[in-house]
Design a protein around this ligand. Structure first.
Ligand code: NAG
Ligand code: NAG
Ligand code: NAG
Ligand code: NAG
Ligand code: NAG
Ligand code: NAG
Ligand code: NAG
Length: 278
């Protein structure tokens, strides 16, 4: 929990007159507000923020007034998914400013018509495979258009595809529903770089890693599920301590088409003594 400046309390009161309750339009307004607030570095622009909302960065509560959301930045790309069933959203932001680049993943939770939790992973140089220019470039080649209604997967199918990926981390016998093509974007490194039409997601996965604390945001319209999770062993300097991580999946016809990761390290390079992936 955090204390908010009085302007936020005022704004929250005004925002509470919004009558929409977790419709797509309401959630889209909220993510647009979030992107605008981050762009301006002004959390007070979030008029639908609850006065006692939790603000968390990389699994730690911090003050919204001094956190990343209070830093203005030129956002080169934003994409949001909206979960009208669980009243939650996920937003991907890319900032290529060479003097302060970021790739940010943010999950927001709503109760009634207010944001009650904002949870971000704000990656920067030194985090897993970080390259904001690369993230923007590969992202721009992908198609995340809404899926036609007749072809949309159910929530369960979309969630199962994302879950299978992480279940496979702890059990080699789990079959992950890879699509062809399939590509994974990690920090800025792209598995599809050498073959955009190939299935380049199945390049080897851990087999004894138990991924913890999975939190889902599911959008049937975009065929997307984002999972916030704890990734044990990601940072080699931290032993098996679960690291803050977000994986955004695009699922088409029950199969994984794209994966976007936002993975934070404690030590620059995650204890691998370099910033690239292993
Ligand atoms: C979205 O925001 C617009 C402009 O602020 C407002 O007119 C509209 O009522 C909002 N819609 C919902 C569903 O909150
Ligand atoms: C925030 O305030 C609301 C309304 O007063 C209350 O229902 C809710 O439990 C509070 N949340 C937290 C995290 O304290
Ligand atoms: C977010 O992206 C949309 C297009 O998807 C764009 O219209 C909007 O201006 C972007 N917002 C910011 C603050 O960059
Ligand atoms: C980042 O990605 C861009 C686009 O793929 C590439 O040109 C550049 O060499 C990469 N930078 C590093 C440091 O890997
Ligand atoms: C995977 O399947 C093989 C062959 O059936 C079996 O020997 C092995 O114990 C299984 N591994 C796990 C982790 O379930
Ligand atoms: C790329 O992947 C496709 C589909 O698997 C395959 O047919 C093709 O040979 C691959 N191209 C290269 C250059 O590996
Ligand atoms: C990284 O470098 C440190 C200090 O030089 C060393 O102790 C550590 O073993 C190295 N880690 C790896 C994974 O190479």
């Amino acid at each position: 929990m955090i204390g908010l400046p009085s302007i936020l309390s005022f704004a929250a009161v005004v925002g509470s007159t919004v009558s929409a309750d977790c419709t797509r339009a309401f959630l889209q307004n909220a993510t647009a507000q979030y992107v605008g607030a981050q762009s301006s570095g002004n959390p007070a622009l979030l008029t639908v923020l609850a006065t006692n909302a939790s603000y968390i960065e990389s699994e730690k509560p911090v003050s919204i007034r001094t956190g990343v959301l209070s830093q203005p930045m030129k956002i080169d790309h934003n994409r949001s998914i909206h979960d009208t069933t669980n009243c939650a959203t996920f937003t991907e932001l890319i900032v290529t400013n060479p003097s302060k680049p970021y790739v940010i993943g943010t999950r927001m939770l709503f109760t009634g018509n207010q944001i009650t939790t904002i949870e971000s992973i704000a990656t920067h140089p030194g985090d897993w495979a970080f390259n904001a220019t690369g993230y923007l470039y590969w992202d721009s080649l992908e198609n995340w258009d809404p899926i036609p209604a007749a072809k949309q997967d159910s929530r369960a199918v979309i969630q199962t595809a994302g879950d299978a990926y992480f279940n496979r981390f702890g059990n080699v016998n789990i079959t992950v529903p890879w699509d062809t093509p399939c590509a994974r974007l990690e920090g800025g490194a792209y598995t599809g770089a050498n073959n955009l039409t190939g299935e380049t997601c199945d390049l080897g996965l851990p087999s004894t890693t138990v991924v913890t604390n999975r939190r889902f945001v599911i959008d049937e319209t975009l065929g997307a599920v984002d999972i916030f999770l704890g990734f044990p062993g990601l940072d080699r300097s931290q032993g098996d301590k679960p690291m803050p991580d977000s994986h955004l999946f695009r699922v088409e016809g029950g199969k994984i088409r794209y994966i976007h990761t936002v993975s934070s390290c404690v030590e620059a390079g995650c204890g691998l003594n370099r910033t690239g992936p292993p």
